[in-house]
Ligand binder design. Structure first.
Ligand SMILES: *Cc1c(COP(=O)(O)O)cnc(C)c1O
Length: 462
């Protein structure tokens, strides 16, 4: 008798203790909702959404350990014990001695941009992120994209599409002069490239190049744990290291970092800035009291800081991060069965649909990704988000649309929130829209806000 090898599945390292009902709606109702929301998924009421894959930002399910911590909130105006516990964990896991809490990641971006950037400075980075670039520009700086070319090609399966192209970086330094570059930033995995990580060897090479020119390097560490997971899975020499060890090594090459705690830390609100640069720390501490609150709470409640501190301990657990990225991968593999055009490799936090390929008959002027996101919502109540020409905004100098190469719809997975059955429903809906794709017409923008327009822009069907 031959022995059959049974394939062994894995499942989440947690079970459900509390449930939140979600509303089931029909297509006629959703047509109306989409129209009322100006065909912008950001403007839908959450109550009208069935499966919410808009973002993984602040939408996470906290653990019982985190909820228990919420009861231990020390709501003193100054010197809350939760602040000191969080600071200890920032030192322990990110290896940065100085720390300033903020209410969200963008508040930390605001401070770091105002502190380090002078008018006409240039800030190179591995692809733009919406709020990051906005704050660079508000501070009078200019962002220059120095990511490798592979990142702009959705079909390219390079394992580290978040890497910086060292030639592009050095050319930029030579062109504008090192003294006009206050810092270079790296984010990982790179959201706008489809959730693509950078490698440790690329990071080390960037660091040594910048040492030569005495330029600072800052990290957007919002999803750094996911980046650490990809390094463990894909980079030689890291397969036996823990996520915590890899995360700390990543941070060791940076002068400082900012974090939106609403992602990796599995909380609903929070952010921080951490650095080994005492001068930046002191300036940030002065600034935080103007914009956020005292430097020992930075716009957060004591209980929020406790949940963040405990979230840091959970985010580096291998099984936790494996289940998260495993769910994203599962969704991608199911979509492949229907030949849906996707961005490769699958990202850490999201699956990205390639809207240019999905709707090849639509030009970028009629917003294919915006259109696709609203069509999926109308089909099933699944909410994704546009990451294309609307998100890219207008060039501040010319006032023209920026036409990014990538025109994507992002299906983003909140941590520990949805089951595999929810993923199946999502996949089937995308497949249905794909079946009917030829009938889909584009959109016309009828209201456009000046800043971060994708949040509030309104559209009409053509
Ligand atoms: C979410 C995010 C930010 C901004 O953080 P908020 O908490 O939303 O203000 C910055 N960078 C990256 C990579 C993000 O994902």
């Amino acid at each position: 008798m031959s022995k059959k090898i049974i394939k062994r599945s894995w499942a989440e390292p947690f079970k459900i203790k509390m449930v939140e009902p979600i509303k089931m709606t029909n297509k006629v109702y959703r047509e109306k909702c989409a129209k009322d929301a100006g065909y912008n998924t950001f403007l839908l009421k959450s109550a009208d959404v069935y499966i919410d894959l808009l973002t993984d930002s602040g939408t996470n399910a906290m653990s019982d350990y985190q909820w228990a911590g919420m009861m231990l909130g020390d709501e003193a105006y100054a010197g809350s014990r939760n602040f000191y516990y969080l600071w200890d964990n920032v030192k322990k896991y990110y290896g940065m001695p100085y720390f300033v809490p903020t209410h969200q990641g963008r508040a930390a971006e605001h401070m770091i941009s105002q502190i380090l950037i002078s008018p006409d400075n240039v800030v190179p980075g591995n692809m733009y992120f919406t709020t990051t670039r906005e704050h660079i520009e508000i501070a009078g700086g200019r962002f220059v994209d120095v990511i490798i070319d592979e990142a702009h090609d959705p079909q390219n399966t390079h394992p580290f599409k978040g890497n910086i192209n060292l030639n592009k970086l050095e050319d930029t330094i030579k062109k504008v002069g090192a003294k006009n570059i206050p810092y270079v930033f790296m984010a990982g995995p790179v959201n706008m490239a489809g959730g693509q990580p950078f490698s440790m060897s690329n990071l080390k090479a960037v660091r040594s190049l910048l040492n030569k020119y005495k330029i600072k390097l800052w990290l957007d560490a919002t999803r750094a744990t996911e980046n650490a997971y990809f390094i463990k899975m894909r980079e030689k020499g890291y397969e036996n290291k823990t996520i915590a060890t890899i995360l700390k090594e990543i941070c060791s090459y940076f002068d400082g970092l900012w974090v939106s705690a609403k992602k990796d830390l599995m909380v609903n609100i929070g952010g921080f800035l951490a650095t080994r640069d005492k001068r930046v720390f002191e300036e940030a501490r002065n600034m935080v009291v103007v914009y956020e609150g005292l430097h020992t709470y930075g716009g957060l409640a004591g209980r929020d800081m406790e949940a963040m501190a405990r979230g840091i301990e959970e985010m580096v657990e291998f099984d936790n991060i494996k289940a998260r990225i495993g769910q994203v991968e599962y969704c991608g593999k199911q979509l492949e069965k229907y030949n849906i055009p996707l961005v490769y490799p699958f990202g850490g936090h999201a699956i990205f649909l390639d809207a240019k390929k999905f709707l090849p008959h639509l030009s970028q002027d009629v917003f294919p990704a915006q259109t696709l996101a609203s069509e999926i919502y109308i089909d099933s109540g699944v909410r994704g988000m546009e990451r294309g020409v609307v998100s890219a905004g207008r060039d501040p100098k010319t006032g023209k649309h920026r036409y990014p190469k990538l025109e994507l719809v992002r299906l983003t997975f909140p941590r520990r929130v949805y089951t595999q059955a929810h993923i199946d429903v999502t996949v089937e809906s995308v497949a249905q829209v794909f079946e009917n794709r030829k009938k889909i017409k584009g959109l016309k923008m009828v209201y456009e806000p000046k800043q971060l327009r994708f949040f509030q822009a309104r559209f009409k069907k053509l």
